[in-house]
Design a protein around this ligand. Sequence first.
Ligand SMILES: [Zn+2]
Length: 135
Amino acid sequence: MGRPRKYRWVEAEPGVTFFKPQGIPLRVLEHTVITVDELEALRLADYLELTQEEVARKMQVSRPTVTRMLARARKVVADALVHGKAIRIEGGDYHLGSQKIRCAACGQWQPALEGKATPKVCDSCQDPWHDPDKM
Ligand SMILES: [Zn+2]
């Protein structure tokens, strides 16, 4: 039996994925990158002012992971603001909350499969899949 897979839950994809400072010629413009899961940690902690414990619970990651994601996200944003760099929001290891389904046997959330109604077995308890609660 494999180790249960871990997913970083993100409520929604960001609507805007590129920020560019005005008046910087493209040839000298530098880019920084923040991942979608790092932005979600930043949104939950710094915008919605959740505690790191609450962010960890929402995203279903450990608290040290939240601390690491926040440290990186804040540094990227600060770097962009201080040095006039563009910010691109892309990539990261995450699943969207809107595609979340819950195992009726163990209660763990996992991603809904693309285009399919239900998985065959639960990622967490490896039980045959029961009626999921769609979110
Ligand atoms: Zn399960």
